[in-house]
Design a protein. Structure first.
Length: 755
């Protein structure tokens, strides 16, 4: 590893600023004459407002406005992001007296202080005409839609006759797995500071999709694109929650325009459970056929996934499970179940977490049935080419992940018989393994790099810093190409003055930013070398990244001679030199940049014209279960990942650690509880929505294959943030089975499941 540059373990470039509290997040903005807004939410599962009493709220000292459907601005509609729009959902609350789900906003209080707004919000009274509603997958009144017919861009994944292959197989496994709805709960609450300057709207908000937010506001308010600017330099955790414009952003902008002052709107934690998207509840029916040696003959993965009444949120987990093993025949299909809730969306490893819990539990059951070691069975069935299209993988090192993980974990110490491994006090020990994959996506990005005469480097590129370390990755690419100290670069991201700020999600960040930043730096280096040659007649080698050093603002030529950059630029009457480049990928649609500039989703992958691309991971887990209180405890996890070339070793390691913690939470505690009598989500706080904490996390060990995938992108990087979670819950569930002999087919797994 180089001390600086791609692959190094350099500290985060914004790490010191963060621990010193210097970055400003959305709600940190304090503007002159700023006022505060608080939403009021519906308390029925579905229906219509019959009476809305705001008199007492309006009398609270400091209240400036109380907005309801009766006096709310009528907005132009914006479409759901996966219907070609920019919104987290197509339904905008407070446009009519209709209530489509519990927890949607019915009023907005605007006041001089946050305390006055909260007091007034507590005094709003509503009476409703309630209607029947359904909030569970099998509830009376739900509706079902075949995804492939309703949303043809998200087809079934079919190769051969899977049902016939399974029916003819000597070994058959069939099981149904369930996953509960879950919520992301980032540390930073949903918050917006909106201000109008004449016809110009400026929004400060932590978002993963600044461009979608901007263009959605443009449509809603009938503005020109130049009239709106969104700034999101830092995000206190996204995890899919902030992937499009949410209703609270629009409400803050309306309130600001109504009172003629900047407005800060912070959604309380309890309301966050209904104010944006969440991970949908799912049901997975798995059928697998194999021969007596465990070679797969056919697979079937049929999913029922929750969506709202007004949007069809696609579920695409089978896109990945279909590529996991060498299936001779396979069928993956989704049925969307329409319920009375807000539109679900993405939550870290959005489709793959639950999908691989189901698949990898079933694969584990197959290994037990045929008497084959679970690691050996997975290696035996590793795919050489894509089973669905027959195309090659851009790279695939799953077998190496499994082999390396088994060695690090000490898998050879495992005794195969469930319940046979115990500590002296009777504590049962379980070893579990699972494999995982996540699609490799890339999105449009434009990078601009400027070298100033004093050696300072400024760069702007589409991306959002959500804690994953994208600024550090950008800085290390610059260090690789220009020789600059990563800590000295000024990096602008999440600002719609520098479009397109495409949604940063789906582990797109590394591949998306690395290619244009590198190419822009190379263009800059070549331009500078040419200027130097013209100025001094010295031949500077502009093909060798190490020939250009900017430490001390000095340019060093290939022959060892040096010139001050300031002198070179001054000779040409310049105070800076620029480089600019667009990212690209094979098969990227011609209008991808245009779509991204409009705030629309413009992903490329995982299927490309000549290959398919995925990241891969192997997860190994040890659990302990005490004899008298059978609560599963994860005591160690070992994970080995194939994510192409590692840009930043420190932040990639952090991403893996975080993903494993998420896997522990998903497997053992996290569930958004629904009571069919009331609708909505009941445990809407972090006291009752139980995330994994320090006591749940013992020893984590992670490692990288670190082989560049230059077929996927020219820098060789693939995503790591999402794949980190994939298979983790399954490995834990498999370890629980190994410890107890009980196969738990739902998430989360709780103590009462093992009594």
């Amino acid at each position: 590893m180089r001390p600086m540059g791609i692959g190094s373990d350099t500290q985060r470039v914004d790490g010191l600023d963060k621990v010193m509290g210097r970055p400003l997040y959305g709600a940190d903005r304090s503007l002159a004459r700023m006022v505060y807004a608080t939403p009021v939410t519906a308390t029925i599962g579905k229906g219509r407002i019959r009476r809305l009493d705001t008199v007492a709220a309006e009398r609270v000292a400091g209240v400036l406005a109380v907005l309801t459907y009766r006096n709310m601005d009528q907005l132009a509609p914006i479409a759901f992001s996966f219907a070609g729009g920019q919104a987290i959902q197509s339904h905008m609350p407070m446009q009519s007296p209709d209530i489509l789900y519990r927890g949607e906003a019915i009023a907005l209080i605007v006041a001089e202080t946050s305390e006055s707004a909260a007091e007034a919000a507590s005094l709003v009274r509503a009476d409703y005409d309630a209607l029947p509603f359904a909030v569970e997958l099998d509830a009376t009144g739900h509706a079902e839609v075949g995804q492939a017919k309703a949303a043809p861009y998200f087809p079934d994944f079919v190769q051969g006759d899977a049902a016939a292959a399974i029916d003819a197989a000597p070994v058959q496994i069939e099981a149904t797995y369930l996953s509960a709805p879950q919520h992301q709960n980032p540390m930073e609450l949903l918050s917006t500071v909106a201000e109008w300057r004449g016809r110009d709207l400026i929004v400060h908000e932590g978002t993963q999709a600044a461009q979608a937010m901007k263009e959605g506001l443009v449509i809603q308010f009938g503005l020109n694109s130049d009239n709106v600017r969104v700034l999101a330099p830092y995000v206190g955790g996204g995890f899919g929650l902030r992937g499009s414009i949410s209703p609270h952003t629009t409400l803050a902008a309306i309130a600001s325009r109504r009172v003629g002052r900047p407005v800060k709107l912070t959604v309380p934690r309890a309301q966050m459970f209904h104010a944006s998207s969440f991970r949908a509840a799912t049901e997975h029916r798995l059928r697998i056929g194999a021969d007596n040696q465990g070679r797969l003959l056919g697979g079937m993965h049929l999913v029922r996934a929750q969506t709202s009444r007004f949007d069809l949120m696609p579920y695409t987990g089978e896109e990945t499970t279909s590529r996991m093993y060498a299936w001779p025949a396979y069928r993956g299909a989704t049925t969307l179940v329409q319920l009375d809730c807000q539109t679900p969306g993405f939550m870290r490893a959005p489709m793959e977490m639950a999908s691989f819990f189901a698949l990898e539990s079933t694969i584990d059951e197959l290994a037990e049935k045929v008497g084959l070691d679970p690691v050996a069975l997975r290696i035996q069935n590793d795919a050489k080419v894509d089973p669905i299209t027959g195309k090659p993988f851009s790279s695939r090192h799953l077998t190496e992940c499994l082999q390396r993980g088994a060695a690090l974990f000490g898998w050879d110490r495992r005794v195969a018989i469930p319940g046979s491994m115990r500590l002296a006090d009777g504590t049962r020990i379980g070893y579990g393994v699972a494999a995982g994959a996540y699609p490799a996506y890339i999105t449009p990005a434009l990078a601009k790099v400027r070298l100033n005469s004093d050696g300072r480097v400024d760069v702007s590129v589409g991306g959002h810093e959500m804690g994953q370390g994208i600024r550090t990755a950008i800085a290390l690419v610059l260090a690789e190409e220009l020789g600059v100290d990563p800590q000295t670069a000024t990096i602008t991201i999440g600002d719609t003055q520098f479009p397109p700020q495409h949604v940063t999600s789906g582990s797109t960040g590394a591949a998306t930013i690395s290619v244009p930043v590198r190419d822009a730096a190379i263009h800059l280096r070549n331009t500078l070398a040419t200027l130097a040659t013209q100025a001094r007649g010295i031949q500077f080698d502009n093909t060798d990244a190490t020939s250009l050093k900017l430490d001390g603002a000095i340019l060093i030529g290939s022959d060892g001679r040096s010139e001050r950059i300031a002198d070179i630029l001054r000779h040409h009457g310049l105070d800076h030199v620029d480089g600019e480049a667009r990212g690209s990928a094979p098969g990227m649609k011609p209008d991808a940049f245009q779509q991204a500039a409009l705030g629309k989703v413009a992903f490329s992958g995982p299927e490309f014209p000549n290959h398919v691309a995925f990241s891969f991971i192997a997860q190994f887990v040890e659990v302990h279960i005490a004899p008298r209180m059978p609560r599963p405890r994860v005591v160690r996890m070992v994970s080995v990942v194939d994510c192409g070339r590692v840009l930043s070793r420190r932040t990639a390691t952090s991403q893996l650690y975080g993903g494993l913690v998420w896997g522990i939470g998903a497997a053992l505690s996290e569930a958004s509880e629904v009571d069919p009598r009331y609708g909505g989500f009941l445990n809407n706080n972090i006291a009752e929505y139980q995330v994994a904490v320090n006591a749940d996390v013992r020893r984590l060990q992670v490692e990288f294959i670190d082989v560049a995938d230059t077929v996927f992108c020219s820098v060789g990087a693939k995503g790591v943030g999402e794949v980190a979670c994939v298979g983790a819950a399954a490995a834990i569930a498999n370890a629980v089975h190994h410890a107890t002999g009980k196969r738990i087919r739902h998430l989360p797994i709780r103590m009462d499941d093992l009594i």
